[in-house]
Design a protein around this ligand. Sequence first.
Ligand SMILES: Nc1ncnc2c1ncn2[C@@H]1O[C@H](COP(=O)(O)OP(=O)(O)OP(=O)(O)O)[C@@H](O)[C@H]1O
Ligand SMILES: [Mg+2]
Length: 231
Amino acid sequence: MIFFNKVTKIYPPYLNKEERVVLEDVSFRLNKGDFICLVGRSGAGKTTLFNLLLGEEKPTSGEVFFDGINVHKASVNNSHRIKRRIGTIFQDYKLLSSKTVYGNIAYAMEVTGSSDEEIARVVPKALSTVGLEKQAFQFPHQISGGEKQRTAIARALIHDPELILADEPTGDLDPYNARDVLNLLLEINKAGTTIILATHNKDIVNSVGRRVITIRDGKIASDSNQGKFIL
Ligand SMILES: Nc1ncnc2c1ncn2[C@@H]1O[C@H](COP(=O)(O)OP(=O)(O)OP(=O)(O)O)[C@@H](O)[C@H]1O
Ligand SMILES: [Mg+2]
């Protein structure tokens, strides 16, 4: 489903900063339905790897394929289509503070032109998947961090993505909420969605016991099934 072929990413120098080689000759494949943990120190290039996959950054050399399509050679239409097939979740949730839980999820459908009927049908389902029926009409400042992240997960699910990129989704959560979010991601994966979880959380990586790709000094330092957290 995903193929990074000898990808190198160098950010050019700017202001007084030197050029930065973030990824160097990185290759890996991911199959549909996989759940992988992507680990590496802060600045290792995890978010960069996600941005390459989303087509938001270009590789300096090498290619990134999503279902056989070269992400960086895709037509504008195809590249929109690829993005639609990918759901994203971030550490800081990225919710709209002026909208309720329901409104945040509905908004993601409004901007892609879904009908009111479709929104009314899909949003309650997404809310029930993440267990937030009771909080539907509360605003982000009225819910807990775990509930915010579950809202973000519901929002990521509404287009029925084939792949979810979760970028340190438990970074701001206490261990209980982190565990809830992880269990939710595991359930979503069980239902068939491929997941890449970028995280610093050792306990989470070790408890998941799935494939772990570790990036160090721009390279894949290890890639093992049922891997363990190593830095
Ligand atoms: N747009 C950019 N321009 C220049 N340098 C960048 C840019 N984006 C990221 N970098 C640099 O590339 C390196 C990798 O950044 P990236 O955000 O991918 O790391 P990360 O592994 O996600 O880190 P963290 O765990 O802290 O989120 C960092 O040194 C960062 O400063
Ligand atoms: Mg990051």
